[in-house]
Ligand binder design. Structure first.
Ligand code: NAP
Length: 483
């Protein structure tokens, strides 16, 4: 299947923090691929900004090296590579100071799309926005892109929204959650709203429960300082998992546009029952497999921060009354795996003797390591010998379904092009961000008041035993964590 590529308008994109990890690993390779596939017009320009003293040609070499490492196929398209490197420019600016901004302004062209990607630490977001406005670089049509962490509680999220809002209108602010740029996550909406099959079943009458898992094999190495102030709840649940929950649970929007979709997501967050600390399990991984434990990497060797969390979430609505959403995420688990699983109820009456042992239908929406969707069904085991039942997956791996050579775009490819197109549908709105924190904060406060330590768990496991018990006591069980 050949993908349809609609070129975007010519743009000037400024990447603040262009020498950093995110820019090297994700943003620049994503932009290269968009040019290779014909979506990024050749006259567009990408201007890297950072403090490191470099000429534009040195920056081009730096980007060539980054592509060699993270997009090795770039070498197979030398003409595109040349054009891409030719589209790059670089400027030294310490964004905390006032020097360099007028030079940046002079580099930007009037009357074309202008976007600023803030690939720097969050403490610089406000500084950059303020200076872009002060130096009249931010014009009414320009866009600003920020990524997590977007605050660490409601008060700081409000302060960030206010600071950005003083310089940019809400329709100019793109809060990236790269999970929303994943093909499968968008497919969740296509499956729900472009098929007649699932939506009638998508409620408490037919759905038993929903599981959302984001499991990582890696630990916090190298990020111990940041992570220790954050923990799994703030780092993963407040943003990515909350967004996945919203897309799974939201009502069908009247139209697929930014405000309609975001209104529906917001309603889900507002309908969440306050988290019950008794229905949460926090964990910290032990040393194992030759690697140190969480506490060996944490800033505070006596840290109380969780590297794992499992929680039961309920939604007060007609659709979801009585349907628990179980969320879990953690580091140093058995495998890298992210999935949303909608577990359906069993048929109301069992006509085959084996049905009691049979599992339920499950719709598995897999985000990592490979993207795809599976519907687990019960069928008759082939052959003679009576009516024996077996479970089979109806499988749709995107890479296979779309054919050899079809490249499943990285989330950043889709999202950066959406910024250029001016489409905010897959970005978080300010009120969503604040409501999500408003739900998280009381849970953090309850943990702090309680002071209980996270439960230790083994590296390579599924997390603490108590996380298994969270479902067992409801008569359910987690799906295995496996890649
Ligand atoms: P990083 O590797 O530390 O890069 C930071 C960049 O900011 C560097 O280019 C740095 O270059 C520049 N910078 C720092 N202070 C500056 C200043 N005063 N003026 C101008 N430039 C400055 O960080 P990162 O991992 O790329 O992350 C960037 C942002 O994305 C962070 O907010 C992070 O939380 C978020 N994020 C990252 C990832 C990821 O995979 N890395 C994933 C999700 C979110 P100089 O030192 O040369 O100035």
């Amino acid at each position: 299947m050949v993908s349809r590529v609609i070129p975007v308008d010519v743009f000037d994109l400024v990447i603040f923090g262009a020498t950093g990890d995110l820019a090297r690993r994700k943003l620049l390779p994503a932009l290269f691929r968009r040019m290779r596939d014909g979506q990024m017009p050749g006259e567009s320009r990408i201007i890297g900004v950072a403090r490191r003293d470099m000429e534009a040609d040195e920056f081009r070499n730096f980007v060539r090296d980054a592509l060699e490492e993270f997009e090795p196929e770039a070498a197979e398209a030398p003409d595109v590579l040349k054009a891409f490197l030719g589209a790059l420019d670089y400027l030294v600016v310490d964004v905390r100071g006032d020097a360099g901004w007028e030079a940046l302004k002079a580099m930007l062209r009037p009357d074309i799309v202008r976007a600023f990607y803030l690939s720097v630490g969050p403490s610089l977001f406000g500084e950059i926005a303020t200076r872009l406005k002060k130096h009249a670089i931010a014009i009414p049509e320009s866009r600003i892109v920020v990524e997590k962490p977007l605050g660490h509680d409601l008060a700081s999220a409000k302060a960030l929204n206010a600071r950005l809002g003083a310089c940019f209108d809400e329709h100019q602010i793109y809060r990236i959650d790269h999970y929303l740029g994943k093909e499968t996550v968008q497919n969740l909406m296509a499956i729900r709203f472009a098929n007649a099959l699932f939506e009638p079943l998508w409620n408490g009458q037919y759905v038993d429960h929903v599981q959302i898992t984001v499991a990582e094999r890696i630990g916090v190495e190298g990020r111990g300082g940041y992570y220790d102030k954050s923990g799994a709840l703030r780092d993963m649940v407040q943003n990515h998992m909350m967004q996945l929950l919203c897309l799974t649970a939201m009502e069908p929007p009247a139209k697929f546009n930014a405000d309609f979709v975001r209104d529906e997501k917001l309603k889900v967050i507002r309908a969440l029952v306050p988290a019950n600390p008794q229905s949460t399990v926090r964990g910290q991984y032990r040393a194992g497999d030759g690697e140190g434990g969480y506490l060996d990497h944490a800033e505070n060797p006596d840290s109380n921060t969780e590297s794992f969390i499992a929680l039961k979430v309920e939604i007060e609505s007609w659709r979801w009354a009585g349907v628990p959403f179980y969320l879990r995420t953690g580091k140093r688990l058995r495998a890298r795996m992210s999935e949303i699983v909608v577990v359906f109820k069993k048929p109301p009456h069992a006509i085959f003797p084996e049905m009691a042992q049979q599992g339920s239908n499950e719709l598995v929406i897999r985000l990592q390591p490979d993207e795809g969707i599976t519907l687990n069904m019960t069928i008759k085991e082939p052959g003679p010998g009576g009516m024996r039942l077996t479970e089979v997956p109806l499988d749709m791996s995107f890479a296979e379904a779309l054919g050899a050579g079809h490249h499943v775009p990285d989330a950043y490819e889709r999202l950066i092009m959406d910024v250029i197109r001016g489409d905010q549908t897959l970005f978080m709105r300010g009120d969503e961000l604040e409501e999500a924190w408003a739900w998280i904060d009381p849970l953090v406060a309850a943990w702090e008041e309680n002071g209980a330590r996270p439960k230790p768990y083994d590296t390579g496991s599924s997390g603490p035993e108590d996380a298994l018990a969270l479902l067992h006591k409801d008569g359910r069980k987690w799906r295995e964590i496996e890649s």
